[in-house]
Design a protein around this ligand. Structure first.
Ligand SMILES: [Zn+2]
Length: 147
């Protein structure tokens, strides 16, 4: 019994030799397939079940592919897209956390945008009606602001 199972895995390994195998795109496809399968439980969306099966078959065929260059190109493209989304997400989060901080510190600190690099410069709140020189902590650009 044990020997037979070992034999199976040995044969599977031999079969997958020289084939692409799985990567992050495989997981994405399987993830989409699972979501579609769950959605197909909704009576009007039953046809999604077939899409789900099709995607699973596609991901299996993809992992058996011998065209490494094409599969790696897909994987790289996918990772690039993920990276882009991560960057956008990070920017959105930092935008809101900056706004929140500005609001929380509105009585004690002032924020000015550096005209050169676009970063926010945080300084303790100056008295009103004065001209002040602000130095950017990122690019050391100096600019004058009226408070
Ligand atoms: Zn700057």
């Amino acid at each position: 019994m044990n020997n037979r199972r070992g034999n199976f895995f040995y044969r599977l390994k031999a079969f997958m030799q020289g084939r692409y195998g799985r990567d992050s795109v495989t997981f994405l496809l399987l993830g989409i397939a699972i979501v579609l399968m769950i959605l197909s439980w909704i009576p009007k969306l039953w046809f999604l079940y077939f899409f789900s099966i099709a995607i699973i078959v596609l991901s299996i065929l993809r992992s058996m592919s011998r065209n490494f260059a094409a599969r790696e190109r897909e994987n790289r493209m996918f990772l690039k897209i993920v990276d882009w989304f991560r960057k956008v997400f990070h920017e959105i989060v930092s935008f809101f956390s900056t706004r929140r901080r500005m609001w929380r510190e509105r009585n004690t600190h002032s924020y000015y945008r550096c005209p050169k690099c676009g970063c926010y410069v945080r300084i303790s709140k100056p008295p009103k009606g004065k001209k002040i020189m602000v130095t950017c902590s990122h690019c050391y650009n100096q600019f004058v602001k009226r408070t």
